[in-house]
Design a protein around this ligand. Structure first.
Ligand code: SF4
Ligand code: SF4
Length: 370
């Protein structure tokens, strides 16, 4: 059986989180960190205040630091490579740097990279990843439970995408514009990174148009497991998804890396905790239908016509240029007389990276432009 713990954690009060994290760790049979180097990887998508629920709450990071230290870890590091903003800026705004300093742990330099080989990878055999993450004895994912426009849900496994350095992430979006292949890439990344444990911040999750511009929703849980995929399967189910609709979970199940029937959840009952009215991303099944029946270039055309596309608000845009920098298809540019970038819809691959990182909620995903 694969234990996944689901424990009550009603608030971010440090003592409450600390007690819940220890309970979640023990129930999940967490790894022995004695004498070992532990790399904690929170989700720090962008420079947001903790109460926006975009990033892992700093009190969950603090609880994880104390938990591994109390169990004898020799060295604890914290690391993340945000998509386009500097790690220093993001760590400061999210409260992560303050907690790391208060607790006396090091910030890992994720710009120093190494190649991780994945012989069993389905779509990727080699990843360039942060050396500190790969060489740590224990890599620990500290995700935030959120919706995700491209993958419908993001948790412990997708959080590992942050060990791929900065804008290199865009290359994978360009290479795998389809959900299914992008999901397989995430599964390959889990194989490459070999995370030892995950502790999920689901005290307050994000519903609506996540992962960057949704709405905080209080859930009151921490989840933990030695298996990131199993944890995500449980968490996606708790917010009302059929977990098999999440592309990387379906891929992992189909590859035999995840056996849902082997997952054992404690100590809360997931059937009682489920939140059926959680505002989820709609799961379209029509693109799979077209994909199976149409030649590639016609399918791409049909997909671009049928899936949501980004539309920019001149009024809300603060012209930070983040979306232009991160766009893997180079589909965005500034034009005279317009504050917000202009989209070349023929080039746009509908990866939604721009929507994910926009700090001003200036990008909506719609069938037609505003
Ligand atoms: S415009 Fe946005 S959705 Fe389109 S390719 Fe660029 S980042 Fe992706
Ligand atoms: S749309 Fe958003 S990300 Fe793009 S330039 Fe404007 S504020 Fe920045």
């Amino acid at each position: 059986m694969i234990p996944v713990s689901l424990v009550a954690c009603p608030s971010y009060d440090p003592e409450t989180v600390g007690t819940a994290a220890a309970r979640a760790f023990d129930r999940a049979g967490g790894p022995d960190p004695a004498g070992r180097t532990v790399l904690l990887k929170p989700n720090l998508l962008n420079a947001s205040d903790p109460d926006k629920a975009v990033t892992t709450h700093p009190e969950v990071l603090r609880a994880a630091i104390r938990l591994f230290r109390a169990r004898g870890a020799a060295r604890i590091l914290v690391g993340e490579s945000p998509g386009w903003q500097s790690a220093a800026l993001v760590a400061g705004r999210t409260g992560t740097r303050a907690v790391a300093e208060e607790e006396g742990v090091e910030w890992a330099d994720f710009s120093d990279t190494i190649i991780a080989e994945v012989p069993d990878g389905r779509v990727v055999k080699r990843f360039e990843v942060a050396r500190a993450a790969l060489e740590a004895d224990l890599l620990v994912s500290l995700p935030k439970l959120k919706t995700h426009k491209l993958l419908f849900f993001t948790g412990a496994s997708k959080n590992l995408f942050g060990i791929v350095p900065g804008l290199a992430k865009s290359r994978y979006h360009l290479r795998f514009p389809e959900r299914r292949e992008f999901g397989a890439m995430i599964t390959d990344l889990v194989l490459a990174a070999k995370p030892a444990f995950a502790l999920m911040d689901a005290v307050t999750g994000m519903e609506g148009p996540g992962p960057g511009n949704g709405t905080p929703r209080h859930l009151g849980w921490l989840l933990a497991s030695r298996d990131c995929l199993a944890l995500d399967w449980v968490a996606a189910g708790l917010i009302g998804y059929d977990p098999g609709d999440v592309p990387y979970l379906a891929d992992a199940r189909d590859r035999g890396l995840l056996v849902p029937g082997d997952i054992e959840v404690g100590d809360l009952d997931p059937d009682r905790e489920r939140v059926p009215d959680f505002d989820r991303i709609r799961v379209p099944h029509d693109t799979d239908f077209f994909r199976a029946r149409l030649p590639g270039f016609i399918h791409r055309l049909a997909r671009n016509l049928t899936v949501d596309r980004p539309a920019f608000s001149d009024r809300r845009c603060v012209a930070c240029a983040g979306c232009v920098k991160i766009c893997p298809a180079r589909a965005l540019s500034f034009r005279e007389g317009k504050r917000a970038p202009v989209v070349d819809y023929a080039a746009c691959i509908r990866c939604y990276c721009c929507h994910e990182i926009c700090p001003a909620d200036a990008i909506k995903l719609v069938r037609r432009p505003w």
